[in-house]
Design a binder for this molecule. Structure first.
Ligand code: ADP
Ligand code: MG
Length: 450
């Protein structure tokens, strides 16, 4: 039962989210009508409770009608952990919260995940396109690196910038207990700054930031046009660099191309080490697939990997998504991964991919089809004649792209991933019940993938 519940969860929320949050969940037992599930840390417990509690309960009830409640608790210290490689979100027992602010309790509120345990140097595959960025990251992780301050990593989406930053944070927090590392997205930086302003606690915020040894701010392009936050970042930046602390920043463009960021900030950003993460090559994609497949412990024939490496070229995240789908499928149906299975499982995805289908395109096509304005895709209106097409578009986005549920939600007026999940379930259900509706959706799918 538990393995079926887990398989459904994985299917529902996607492999990546599942691995981030739920893989370490351990079934403790059934007592009366209550199931107890154990999580290794309080942070994970609270998160899973909040985000997936309802889902867990309903899947358990579907498996076993006796179940009324699912209680999520923390595993007592010292208890065996089924996934020793992921034992703690932060290694070395250095204390979640001490060495990386990403895991601090007050960071739960806005849903920033802690450092991803998979993003280490060990799991980063090095090739021509990223070897320079990798070397710079390694150098910074080795300790004081004056010529590398700030380290500015830039490149397109899904090419490994966040992975490298987390790897540096892991390495530093593992090696030296006294080094405090703060990792946050630029978005998060802004939220914290703004809420500090609101609570009139900017002094504390400043002091806190200025007390770290290493500050990492991811996706700095988010600060374009946010002048107040840029100003604050600029001062923090100067204060830290002046006192010899390391700064690491990532963005989608080089400092000189980041228009909309103040000149003096851009200048300072570019005066340390600037490293470009280039688009992947076929060789790198193949090497990444090999590494991921062997870590997943599922045999994937070379031909399948060559096929994927040839087809899925945009970025590593999409490549990973495709491989994960294949592996999930193999697990679910207990079948080996073959080229035929790859063609079948990834059929829609590959066709859409060949056309580089985007969520925007899906939204446009679906709105036209149902004769509603495209802006309704992101609107809050809930009337059936608007909400249904929106759900169809979410469903198609899930089917035809490798975007995760949260990513899809964001494109639909910043909706929650659970909303997307419900849309997918709803449309699936309706398609099974209503042949006309199913035909309609299939037609849309064909239009989008021809
Ligand atoms: P970015 O921050 O540049 O948008 P990420 O660091 O989030 O990209 O990477 C996207 C996904 O691809 C992550 O799951 C990451 O682990 C994986 N990835 C990217 N580059 C590599 C690489 N060289 N080796 C292994 N995995 C990689
Ligand atoms: Mg990133």
């Amino acid at each position: 039962q538990w393995s079926r519940v887990r398989a459904r969860l994985q299917d529902e929320i996607g492999e990546v989210e599942y691995r981030n949050w739920l893989r370490q969940a351990v079934l403790h037992g059934l007592d009366g009508d209550e199931i107890t599930v154990m999580m290794p840390t309080r942070f994970l417990r609270d998160w899973v409770n909040k985000e997936y509690g309802a889902l867990l309960t309903s899947f358990w009830q579907a498996e076993n009608p006796v179940v009324r409640r699912v209680d999520i608790r923390t595993r007592p210290a010292g208890a065996a952990n089924p996934a020793p490689d992921l034992a703690e979100p932060l290694p070395g027992g250095a204390g979640a919260g001490k060495t990386a602010t990403a895991a601090r309790p007050d960071d739960r509120a806005d849903g920033a995940p802690p450092l991803d345990p998979r993003f280490t140097f060990d799991t980063f595959v090095v090739g021509k396109p990223n070897e320079f960025a990798y070397a710079c990251a390694r150098r910074v992780a080795d300790g004081p690196a004056p010529g590398f301050n700030p380290l500015f990593l830039y490149g397109g989406v899904g090419l490994g910038k966040t992975h490298l930053m987390h790897a540096i944070a892991w390495e530093l927090s593992q090696r030296a207990d006294e080094v405090t590392v703060a990792y946050m997205s630029a978005e998060k930086f802004m939220h914290r700054f703004v809420s500090a302003l609101r609570r009139q606690s900017t002094i504390e915020f400043k002091n806190e930031l200025r007390s770290v040894d290493v500050l990492m701010v991811d996706d700095l392009q988010f600060l374009i046009g946010k002048d107040g936050t840029q100003e604050e970042f600029f001062h923090t930046f100067n204060a830290l660099v002046d006192s010899g602390k390391q700064i690491i920043v990532s963005a989608d463009k080089s400092p000189s191309d980041l228009s909309g960021i103040e000149d003096r900030l851009r200048t300072r950003l570019g005066c340390g080490m600037v490293a470009d993460v280039h688009a992947t090559t076929y060789e790198l994609r193949l090497a990444i697939l090999e590494a991921k497949a062997s870590r997943a412990g599922v045999p994937v024939p070379g031909r399948v990997m060559e096929f994927l490496a040839q087809k899925i070229t945009a970025n590593v995240r999409e490549l990973e998504g495709a491989l994960n789908r294949l592996i999930a499928h193999a697990h679910l149906f207990d079948r080996p991964v073959t080229l035929e299975a790859a063609n079948e499982v990834l059929h829609d995805l590959l066709r859409a991919y060949d056309r580089k289908i985007t969520i925007e395109e899906i939204q446009k096509q679906v709105s036209e089809h149902y004769n509603i304005r495209i802006s309704e895709m992101s609107s809050v209106r809930r009337a059936r004649n608007i909400a249904r097409p929106r759900q169809v578009a979410m469903y198609l986005a899930k089917q035809l792209t490798t975007r995760s549920l949260p990513e899809i939600g964001r494109k639909f007026g910043n909706r929650d991933h659970t909303t997307v999940m419900h849309a997918v379930a709803k449309v699936t259900e309706l398609m099974a019940a209503d042949a006309d509706f199913a035909e309609d959706v299939d037609l849309l799918k064909r239009i989008l993938t021809v």
